[in-house]
Every structure is written in C-alpha cells, then in structure tokens.
Design a protein around this ligand. Structure first.
Ligand SMILES: Cc1cc2nc3c(=O)[nH]c(=O)nc-3n(C[C@H](O)[C@H](O)[C@H](O)COP(=O)(O)OP(=O)(O)OC[C@H]3O[C@@H](n4cnc5c(N)ncnc54)[C@H](O)[C@@H]3O)c2cc1C
Length: 450
C-alpha cells in the first residue's frame, strides 16, 4: 500500500492530507512544531495555524475571485473551508474565523482520521524516494530549504510579509471608538456593526504619519536588503513613505463610516476586526508593521480609543521563501528533476491562506489520482483553481516570478466585449459553468469528496 509523505502541517499540508485520506490513501504528515522547533511567526503547535490576520478575505462568490475559490473548495470537500465555516466570526462580507478553534478543529479531524499518521518531526532532507508533498510554507526550516536548493540547483526566491498587532477588547475605549461595518454592510453572522472604529482628525492623522516615518524600524540583514515586499501586505510605515495620503486611501480610509458618538465623519479611521469567538481579541485591519515593539506600542497609543490599549501580539516582519515554480515544476506540481516530489502551498508562489490550502487540495487530488492510475483532469483556467494553478506552473514569466493572490487578472479574458461593471459577475458565472462541467466526470470516477 502506498503511503504519501507530506512535510508541513500548515494550510496546504493539512488540506492535502485530508484529500488523500478521504480518497483512501495512507498519509504520514510530518510537522516540526510540537517537536521543539518553531517558525518565527507561528505561536502554537496546532496544525493549520493562521499566523497573522484571521480572515479568509471576501466570501462573495459572485463578485470576488477569492470568494469564488472558497466555493470551489467547498464543492470539493475542503477541510479548511468546512472548519473555517464552522468557526466563522462576524466580519461583514469577509470570512473571518476564530483562529484557535479553527486550528483545533483541523488538528482534531486529522488526528481522528484512520488514514493519517501525524508525526511531530523536522525533516531536513528531501526524501530520495516515495511519493512526497513538500508543504513547508514561507518559513521553511533552513536545513530543508538548503536541501531544496541543492536539489533544484537554485537559490530560493523571497519576499517580506508583515504581521498586524492584536489588541485586547477590554483595553479599547469604547467612549471614543464605535462599532460599525463600512457602509453598514450586513454579512452572515453580522449585524452591520462588526468592526471597532477609531476616529482621527487631521492633526492626529498628520502626527501619526510623522510618527510612522520617524519610528525606529527593524533592521534588515545585509542579504535581505534587495528582498521586495508583498504588495498586498505592505507595512504601514512603507505605505506612509509613499505619500502622506496613502494610508487615508488604504487601511485608514474613512468612507462609509460615521462616528456614532458625534454623528460626524472622521478624517481617517483605524479599524479592528474580531479575532476570536469570545470577542476578547481584536486584530488591527491592514496594520502590519515592522516598527520595533517599543516604537509600535508608543505610536499605537496615539490612536484615539487606543490610548490605554494592551496588545496580545505586536506587529512583525518575516522573510518568506518560495521557489521558481514555473521553471522547476511540471503542470502536475512535480519537481521536474525528482518527480516523486510535489510542492504545495505558499512555497510554490501562491499567496494567502486560502490560496495555499487550495493548492494543497489540488495537489492532494493529483497524488490520489496518480496512485489510482487515473489521469488528473486539469481544472479549466476559467475556474479559480485553474487560474491559480496556471499562474504557478506556467502562466507567469519565470524570469520575474512573484507570489500572487487569486484575482480576475489570472482568468482568461472574454472573447466578446463585456461591460466593465458586469465583468466580475461574468467571470464567476463562466467559472461556475466550467467548474460544473469539469467536476462531473471527476464525481463519476469516485474522486469526489467522500
Ligand atoms: C509573517 C506572515 C504574515 C502573513 N499574513 C497573512 C495574512 O494576513 N493573510 C493570509 O492570507 N496569509 C498570510 N500569510 C501567508 C500565510 O502564511 C500563508 O498564506 C499560509 O500560512 C501558507 O500556508 P502553507 O501551508 O504553505 O504554509 P504554513 O501554513 O506556514 O505551513 C507550513 C508548515 O510547515 C512546517 N515546517 C516548516 N519547515 C518544516 C520542516 N523542515 N519539517 C517539518 N515541518 C516544517 C511549519 O511549522 C508549518 O506548520 C503570512 C505569512 C507570513 C510569513
């Protein structure tokens, strides 16, 4: 009986393990946390830990590419989506989750599965034989990263990703802050009052921007100096350095919000989103930062409502590793030089929790099909799965390969002209039709979720 070795129990590794196990394949899942090792961003031994935001982003499957990806994953029996749905928190149209309950749910279901053996161990070398999935993520342990480099003959690529601070709710002054979702949008579980909002006037905003520019930053090591930031997760001080108004048009935008205490609009607003089911922890939306802890604490207290705030976690910055997937992997995510090894998750150059899990799901299914002597039918590029896989295995120029969230720019354009305001719905409608067509033979071959 074939056993598949999955290295890394994060978003991608757990999803791949689940898909294989549900297809009747035995899995050994090696996770180094819990064996005395830790990454610089993880804080627990739980599988599928969310290292920063607790959001899976938009859950709108009609107008948003990541919402569409959620739906496709649900259709294929994703454990990440089912546990995400089970531990959902109010967050307007976004899918936010209680990170601890979510991780505990995934860990429990994998531990209970008769086809999965979870081993707490660090793997330092790529295995020389046996079907393997490497899903060690952006913070792959150094020794394994070196082994991957030796096997591929290439240095890994890298970029910087930053973490936003998390505050204790009872330390936020609600006589100054107020609860409201932008445009009072009511999402599932919500009531149009899902976010905490902290208002700023112009003088406070200007002083805050200056504080960001002046605050002491974490130093880069010499070899990190040419590493770029991921655009979707830019530190606030880097945004501020692009111009004083950048944050007011970004995470601090005041539109769609009215101060419930004064009835006025603020010049800028800092939002916090619920981070756990108890409602005791709140995550600062879009506030990832690389300011040193002391400078952060000092500056965040200048935000009205946060004067006495206490933080469960401060912001931080981490170097993320990924491989040049379009060059090194074939279309089935196999390492061309060692085809018994597949890669999944963020190490392949997708970006985000959902995308990483989606790639894990696809790779799990590819391996299951290979073991059963089936041909894995490649998802059409018009679907979110297909668009994402195509970006990784060939859609992007290997000379300038960069991590990417799923977005409609990865989908093939329409042959006929579609009006701009109808385009998003047109992409998702086409995707749903093509997905159903692709999925039908899969279901008849028994590759559907159990
Ligand atoms: C600082 C930072 C902030 C981020 N913020 C966000 C965010 O806000 N929103 C978002 O959507 N995405 C965010 N990301 C991206 C997020 O980490 C990934 O999208 C997602 O967790 C990647 O899933 P993965 O399974 O590929 O890797 P991970 O979830 O990181 O899982 C990899 C697992 O492999 C284990 N491992 C590593 N090396 C070894 C080894 N040698 N042997 C055994 N086990 C090993 C690790 O312990 C880890 O559990 C952030 C990433 C970082 C680093």
């Amino acid at each position: 009986m074939n056993q598949v070795h999955i290295i890394g129990g994060g978003l991608a590794g757990t999803e791949a393990a689940w898909q294989l196990a549900e297809a009747g394949v035995q899995v050994r899942l090696s996770e180094m946390r819990g064996s005395g090792d830790m990454t610089p961003a993880h804080q627990t031994d739980g599988l599928a830990e969310l290292v920063c935001s607790n959001s899976f982003r938009s859950d709108d499957a009609e107008k948003n590419a990541v919402g569409l990806l959620h739906q496709e994953m649900r259709d294929l029996g994703s454990i990440i989506m089912s546990e995400g749905d089970a531990h959902r928190l109010p967050a307007g149209s976004a899918l936010a989750v209680d990170r601890d309950h979510f991780s505990a749910g995934v860990t429990q279901r994998l531990s209970d599965h008769p086809n999965i053996e979870i081993v707490r161990e660090r793997i330092d070398q790529l295995p020389e034989s046996g079907l393997t999935i490497v899903a060690t993520g952006p913070l792959t342990a150094m020794t394994l990263a070196e082994s991957i480099g030796a096997a591929t003959g290439e240095d890994s690529l890298a970029f910087f990703d930053a973490i936003a601070p998390i505050a204790y709710k009872d330390s936020i002054d609600m006589d100054i802050a107020w609860m409201q979702s932008r445009w009072d949008k009511v999402g599932p579980e919500g009531d149009g009052k899902d976010y905490i909002n902290c208002p700023m006037n112009k003088a406070q905003y200007d002083a805050f921007i200056q504080g960001l520019l002046d605050g002491e930053k974490t130093d880069f090591k010499e070899w990190e100096k040419n590493t770029p930031y991921f655009e979707g997760c830019m530190p606030i001080e880097v945004m501020a350095s692009r111009g004083p108004e950048t944050l007011r048009f970004g995470p601090m935008k005041p539109v769609g919000l009215t101060n419930a205490h004064t009835g006025e609009s603020a010049y800028a607003v800092v939002q916090l989103r619920q981070d756990n089911a108890l409602g005791t922890l709140w995550n600062m939306v879009g506030f990832q930062t690389k300011l040193k802890y002391g400078a952060q604490a000092e500056l965040l207290k200048t935000i009205p409502g946060l004067e006495n705030a206490e933080f469960a976690r401060m912001g931080g910055l981490h170097r993320n590793t990924f491989i040049n997937a379009p060059k090194l992997l074939d279309t089935e995510m196999r390492l061309k030089k060692a085809p018994h090894i597949r890669f999944a998750g963020q190490i392949t150059g997708c970006e985000g929790y959902v995308e990483s899990a989606a790639v894990g799901l696809m790779v799990g299914r590819m391996v299951a099909a290979e073991i059963k002597g089936e041909i894995f039918p490649y998802p059409p590029q018009t679907t979110a799965f297909g668009a994402l896989l195509s970006h990784i295995t060939g859609g992007a120029d290997a000379r300038d390969y960069q991590p990417m969230n799923v977005n409609f720019g990865l989908f093939p354009p329409f042959e006929q002209r579609v009006k701009k305001k109808e385009r998003k719905e047109a992409y998702t409608a086409r995707a749903r039709t093509d997905f159903a067509e692709w999925y039908r033979p899969l279901a008849s071959k028994g590759l559907q979720p159990a």
